[in-house]
Design a protein around this ligand. Structure first.
Ligand code: KPL
Length: 326
């Protein structure tokens, strides 16, 4: 089994580093200071309990120089999927699987434009990771990872990918319903990411009971559950769009799950907040933007998701990017 991980961000680095440390054949494909540092000194992986290892890890800047892998693992931002697949075209062998571990809706469909549908594997992960400095990745929070073929039945190969990741310390299970796993993550991201990005607050601010209490006290110092209202409505609209696609969630459970994630990651800056702060493109089109577009297609109203998407577009325009990484 040979893995080529595309995208030297936090998740790509974590997967590639953990796989390499477990002895798997893996190359990390990307660019920038971080990749340079990994090429020079190996990847420093800091675990959730502060344990540290330095892992020698093969890197490549030119996908054309990479030997055809068994699995191409896409960890680039959702808006970069097409560009990454065009770059990867020379190394896609006749049986290479493409695993997408990206946020948002529509990634599997994009991948299926490049490889036959039976080779599309979709994964979601709730691990927390970040790159604290070039050459290092911090595995901040242990989560769950699931994967499964999106358009075909799972087989031995998918089991092997899950086994390899589990052996590498990223416990992974195989699911027969990857579209449900994707939607579950989308609902959480749609409920947390744009609100925290636009308000420039940590995730926990959305569910801060103190803020609610302050407003009830009437002294005007609290946000009065504003975050909860936005989260609640964005998630419920998303649940209705998912239902129109035949993926059913209990709305109250979906809201509660999103609240729990906001509480568990209370001090984190969401990925979209970090993107906006740094003037980078965001994943809004694959999240709330796509919920609104699919809502239109099914005749499901999504005013809050549409407005959140428009506001993030506006904020991104203000930073000089067109929101698509260009
Ligand atoms: O996945 C996340 C993100 O920021 O993109 C959450 C779960 C919201 C954690 O910050």
């Amino acid at each position: 089994m040979r893995y080529a991980v595309f995208g030297a961000g936090s998740m790509g680095s974590l997967f590639a580093g953990r796989l390499a440390a477990s002895g798997a054949d893996v190359v990390l494909v990307g660019r920038g200071d971080h990749l340079d540092a990994v090429e020079r000194d190996g990847l420093r992986v800091v675990g959730p309990d502060d344990e540290e290892t330095r892992v020698p890890l093969a890197t490549a800047r030119d996908p054309g120089a990479v030997e055809a892998p068994t699995a191409l693992v896409l960890c680039v931002k959702a808006y970069d999927t097409e560009r990454a697949l065009r770059d990867a075209a020379p190394l896609l062998g006749i049986s290479t699987d493409v695993l997408t571990f990206q946020n948002g809706l529509g990634n599997a469909e994009t991948v299926a434009g490049f490889v036959p549908e039976e080779r599309v594997v979709v994964g979601t992960t709730s691990h927390g990771a970040y790159v604290p400095e070039p050459g290092a990745v911090r595995h901040a929070g242990v989560g769950e990872t699931v994967l499964g073929r999106f358009f075909a039945a799972n087989g031995a190969r998918v089991e092997s990918y899950a086994d390899d990741l589990t052996a590498a310390g990223v416990e992974t299970t195989v699911t027969d319903a990857p579209e449900r796993a994707v939607w579950a993550k989308v609902l959480v991201n749609a409920g947390i990411n744009p609100a925290t990005a636009l308000a420039d607050v940590p995730n926990g601010a959305l569910v801060d009971p103190d803020a609610t209490a302050r407003e009830s006290a009437g002294d005007g110092s609290g946000s009065g559950g504003a975050g909860e209202r936005v989260l609640d409505t964005a998630v419920r609209e998303g649940v209705r769009v998912a239902a129109a696609e035949g993926v059913e969630f209990d709305p109250a459970v979906a809201v509660e799950r999103t609240r729990e994630v906001a509480e568990r990651t209370a001090s984190n800056a969401s990925s979209m907040r970090q993107d906006l702060q740094r003037g980078r493109a965001t994943e809004i089109e694959a999240l709330n933007g796509e919920i609104a577009r699919r809502g239109d297609a099914y005749g499901v109203e999504t005013p809050v998701n549409r407005t959140l998407a428009d506001l993030v577009r506006l904020a991104t325009q203000g930073s000089g990017s067109d929101g698509r990484g260009r």
